[in-house]
Design a protein around this ligand. Structure first.
Ligand code: SF4
Length: 532
């Protein structure tokens, strides 16, 4: 991978790339207390059970939580409005943020109090930290009912049932037992936003970045069958979804393993959906779909107006991908390309597989091909052994790259990673803090410049809903470049495509004037699929 997910590997955050600079605190809300004595919806025997899923970490985890929600609803459960109302609470964990375990066990401590008040409450822990800690979770928090890992998300409901009958259960697998578990795409999904959807195209990662725990907890890189992805997007389009974000840890190396895996089966020609028709017929055993082919196939689906992807790795950014971005109208002009460091020495220590020069060449090529391209990045400050000279290179490269925004992180060691063992080379906290500020001013300058260049332009904005700030009558949405825009209007439904003139620019967002509705929302509400 590489992106916010990847940056999360270094410093952690969640969320779709936005015009923000500082690291998002994905755990901020998590520390809220579970106090209160709300009994709403907590029924007796026969009452409908309510679930509450709390997500830590990256988009991959957020999408996994959508699948958990869909799974529970397919079992007849309903979403609880608040954790205090739930009969089942799932913590979908991430181990790539600093202090992830403190955060998890802090949350579990609060849930213990809740469980003492409501003995019927079931607590489950899933995701990356569960994959890493396994039985340790139950040792430290014996009031937990079920622990599941990253490879058996689809077993969550069954494990909770098992725990109801026989007591706490831990099931963490080294790898998925079958392909359906690798990509729990057969699970029903309760999507957060009906007009915009994440679509997993790949899981795991074959790289070994020195700061990242992802390969240990998500396993080796596995591409999802080509036909299955295209099928899911077509189905989403038929339901009125207009935007899809293709998700992978290292998304632009998609397809590397597909043909090899398919050809290992005796009946592989029958599995055309695995690699896509044209590669099944290709004479060369090396023929396989590229990420660019996937981009083109998904962009060609009627009804899909916006295709995004995250997170690409600079070393795997091929000319074919850039060309697909330039020629496919649906592919949005936004590239999140993690730099991590501008120093070749540090990049080598990180095991990133590219130099700053090569990175900038690729960026230049992408900008030349896609003139409206917005570029965002992730940068780690204070990687072990980073000297003032190394950091100076990062400032130079950041200035040259002219980012639209950057997620920046101060290095903090993740247990289980190579870099965590380099204590002797850790950069003092004060030095890191000072470098962080210097980098921030460089990135904010370019972000503001690039945003100011949008003032006066008419942008297509996909409305996401009422603005979090600004009061009633203010709505927020995203431009094709993924820039956050606030605009005033009496009432706009989420999923409406509007035209707005940009009137004001700030480093992290734009303000626009509503001009017209381009298209009303096309989505229908999703009804979870019942499974037997
Ligand atoms: S190891 Fe893989 S997932 Fe982790 S930062 Fe490197 S490319 Fe991204």
């Amino acid at each position: 991978m590489s992106s916010q997910q990847e940056a999360a590997g270094a410093g952690g955050l969640s969320g779709v790339p936005a015009a923000s600079f500082t690291a998002k605190e994905d755990g901020a809300a998590v520390e809220e207390g579970y106090s209160g004595d709300v009994e709403v919806g907590r029924g007796g025997a026969g009452a409908v059970r309510r679930y509450f899923v709390r997500t830590f970490g990256c988009q991959m985890n957020e999408h996994d939580s959508e699948r958990l929600a869909g799974l529970f609803e397919s079992q007849g459960m309903v979403a609880a409005g608040a954790v205090e109302e739930a009969d089942v609470v799932v913590l979908n964990t991430c181990c790539i943020r600093e202090n992830a375990d403190n955060r998890l066990y802090g949350n579990l401590g609060q849930l213990r109090t809740l469980k003492q008040r409501h003995p019927g409450l079931q607590i489950a822990v899933g995701g990356c930290l569960a994959q890493k800690d396994r039985e340790k979770v139950l040792e430290r928090a014996p009031w937990v009912d079920a622990v599941f890992g990253t490879h058996n998300l689809g077993h969550a409901a069954a494990l909770l049932e098992q725990a109801r009958a026989r007591g706490p259960v831990v099931e963490v697998l080294e790898a998925a037992e079958d392909e359906a578990d690798e990509f729990p795409s057969a699970l029903p999904v309760k999507r957060e936003l009906p007009f915009s959807a994440w679509v997993t195209v790949q899981v795991g990662c074959d790289n070994r970045c020195a700061f990242c725990i992802v390969p240990s907890v998500r396993g080796k890189e596995i591409s999802r069958p080509f036909g299955e992805i295209v099928g899911e997007v077509a189905e989403l389009a038929a339901r009125g979804t207009v935007e899809v974000t293709l998700l992978g840890q290292n998304v632009n190396s998609y397809g590397r393993d597909l043909t090899v895996r398919a050809r290992s089966r005796p009946d592989w020609k029958a599995c055309r959906y695995e690699t896509g028709e044209q590669w099944v017929e290709a004479a060369s055993p090396r023929a396989r779909p590229l990420f660019a082919d996937l981009l083109r196939a998904v962009s060609g689906i009627e009804g899909i107006d916006r295709v995004r992807f995250t997170s690409p790795h600079p070393k795997d950014l091929r000319p074919e991908t850039i060309e697909a971005m330039a020629t496919e109208r649906a592919v949005c002009p936004h590239l999140h390309l993690p730099l991590q460091s501008g120093s070749d020495r540090v990049l080598s220590l990180m095991r990133r597989g590219y130099t700053a020069e090569r990175y900038l060449e690729k960026l230049l090529a992408a900008r030349a091909a896609v003139p409206e391209l917005a570029v965002t990045t992730d940068i780690i400050v204070g990687f072990p052994g980073e000297t003032e000279e190394d950091f100076g290179r990062t400032l130079e490269v950041a200035a040259e790259a002219e980012y639209d925004s950057a997620y920046t992180f101060i290095f903090s060691p993740r247990p289980g990673t190579e870099a965590a063992t380099w204590e002797g080379r850790f950069v003092p906290a004060q030095v890191c803090a000072e470098r962080f500020e210097r980098l921030r001013s460089v990135v904010e300058r370019s972000a503001l410049r690039r945003h100011e260049a949008r003032v006066g332009l008419v942008e297509e904005v996909l409305i996401e809903g009422p603005a979090k700030k600004g009061g009633p009558g203010v709505f927020s949405g995203r431009t094709r470049q993924n820039k956050l825009v606030h605009l005033e209007h009496e009432r706009l439904k989420a999923g409406t495509l509007v035209e707005a003139r940009v009137e004001q620019a700030a480093p992290h967002f734009l303000k626009g004037k509503f001009l017209s509705v381009l298209a009303p929302p096309r989505h229908r509400e999703l009804i979870p699929v019942m499974v037997s």
